[in-house]
Design a protein around this ligand. Structure first.
Ligand code: SF4
Length: 460
């Protein structure tokens, strides 16, 4: 086939995988029933959407349940200028193999571009093991990608001036100067959801269709296990800019269910209240969920959140044992967790609590305390992860490899935790009530529960 005469395209691919997974910057948890739009990949596609009139192809093979063969078929008929992807954490190696197989079916001059947490760390290994990958964007990707894409379009051979880029050439690997994170998040183009099949996404707490929105980057806290890819400097979009995106979502796509994907949506109280007021004043009639940190919430914020449509908050509780919380440097107490959860419940918002099992200092008794706490705070759903020591985290540096619990014990305790929670009479009663009120959402919960007790993937 002569690729020269085919129309040119830039492809953004969330690669196919054997399971339904949600690829995020720092993890790729297994899902059973639902996924959200991949915000990082969409942000990159949107960054160049208006730069030139080249065709953009966005394929979310996970949401669309596409096999490798189907992806290859979709790309037939194009000369691909760039293929951009972010590998998952647990699917890392397999994703790179998948991309290499897809690459074999594309035109010779297609450039493969990767980005994300692991590629930034392991660019050398990737280039050596998967030489078909041409470029890796290090750190925050948008600005680097825009420059790289423009340079490829212009046919520039020398890319060494582009900051934040690792280049794989026959003469060797080169890495350009570091790029600082962007300060002004309002300057990013709004995500272009026309690229997505919006009907393919769901959130168990919200009605379909739904979409994901990111309003900030970075987190000022310092939990010892956390990757915090965008650093401790908290950068946020203005409330006006966020409301502009929400209005566009409602008007252009008729979507009223939103999952805010920020690592910690509620860091800045004033901004959150402004966003809530904006949702109410503009009569957007949204339902939404978000990730939050227990000590960033108070009664006033929760009241605004609830009034503007917040249905559930996802909280990284991590443990019911003060010893383990201190080990993780969470910076709050078990008592505070209890008090704050009471406030959340009083405001009518559901709680999804995340716990981690497997801190080096943790014992089976500590896990019991976590189960007890999850019930005491009236969680509506729990998600229990086994601790993963991620490179670049404080825990990775300090833990000396001596763990009180063995991997087998951790797995067993995790399963026991799930069973102890979901088979508690109070939770069974609540689930049955939910089933009667919202059967669709409950099916999601049940499927997710079985997925959770089967899978080992870390959520945070
Ligand atoms: S775990 Fe949450 S609160 Fe802690 S540093 Fe990471 S994002 Fe911030």
């Amino acid at each position: 086939m002569s690729y020269r005469i085919l129309p040119e395209a830039v492809v953004f691919l969330n690669p196919p995988y054997k399971y339904i997974i949600q690829r995020k910057l720092r993890c790729s948890p297994r899902r059973c029933a639902y996924v959200f739009p991949p915000p990082e990949l969409l942000s990159l596609a949107s960054a160049i959407a208006n730069l030139n009139d080249i065709k953009l192809i966005f394929i979310d093979a996970i949401a669309e349940r596409l096999s490798l063969k189907k992806v290859v078929n979709k790309l037939k008929g194009y000369r691909i200028r760039e293929l951009v992807f972010m590998p998952g954490f647990e699917s890392f190696e397999e994703d790179l193999k998948t991309i290499s197989k897809i690459r074999e079916n594309l035109n010779e001059d297609c450039r493969i571009i990767s980005f994300g947490y692991l590629p930034t760390l392991y660019y050398k290994d990737i280039f050596q093991k998967f030489p078909l990958v041409n470029y890796i964007i290090m750190g925050e990707p948008e600005a680097t990608f825009m420059e790289l894409s423009a340079a490829i379009l212009a046919g520039n051979k020398d890319l060494s001036h582009i900051r934040g880029l690792a280049i794989n050439e026959s003469s060797g690997i080169t890495v350009s100067k570091n790029r600082e994170n962007s300060i002004d998040l309002d300057s990013f183009p709004l995500p272009d959801r026309r690229l997505l099949r919006n009907d393919r996404y769901a959130d168990p707490f919200l009605k379909k269709p739904m979409t994901s929105v990111v309003t900030s980057r970075g987190c000022p806290y310092d939990c010892a296990f956390c990757v915090n890819f965008y650093g401790r400097a908290f950068r946020q979009r203005s409330s006006e800019n966020v409301i502009r995106e929400l209005k566009q979502i409602v008007t252009d796509h008729n979507i009223r269910s939103i999952r805010f994907m920020d690592d910690n949506f509620t860091v800045d109280k004033d901004r959150i209240i402004e966003i809530c007021k904006g949702i109410i004043d503009n009569k957007l009639r949204l339902n939404w969920t978000c990730l939050s940190r227990i000590d960033t919430l108070d009664r006033e914020t929760l009241a605004w959140m609830s009034e503007s449509g917040c249905r559930a908050v996802f909280l990284g509780i991590e443990s019911g044992s003060q010893k383990v919380l201190d080990y993780y440097k969470k910076g709050y107490t078990v008592d505070l967790i209890k008090r704050q959860c009471r406030l959340i419940k009083e405001s009518g918002i559901d709680i999804v609590s995340w716990f981690i099992i497997g801190a080096p200092v943790e014992t089976a008794e500590d896990v019991k305390l976590s189960l007890k706490l999850s019930l005491e705070i009236d969680s509506d759903f729990v998600c229990i992860n086994e601790l993963q020591l991620m490179p670049t985290t404080a825990l990775f540096r300090i833990s000396r490899g001596s763990f009180r619990l063995s991997p087998v014990e951790i797995s067993r305790l995790r399963r026991k935790f799930y069973l102890g929670f979901y088979f508690n009479p109070k939770i069974i009663r609540k689930t049955l009530l939910r089933l009667a009120k919202k059967p669709e959402g409950s099916v999601f919960f049940i499927k997710e529960f079985f997925s959770a007790i089967r899978a080992k993937y870390i959520e945070k």
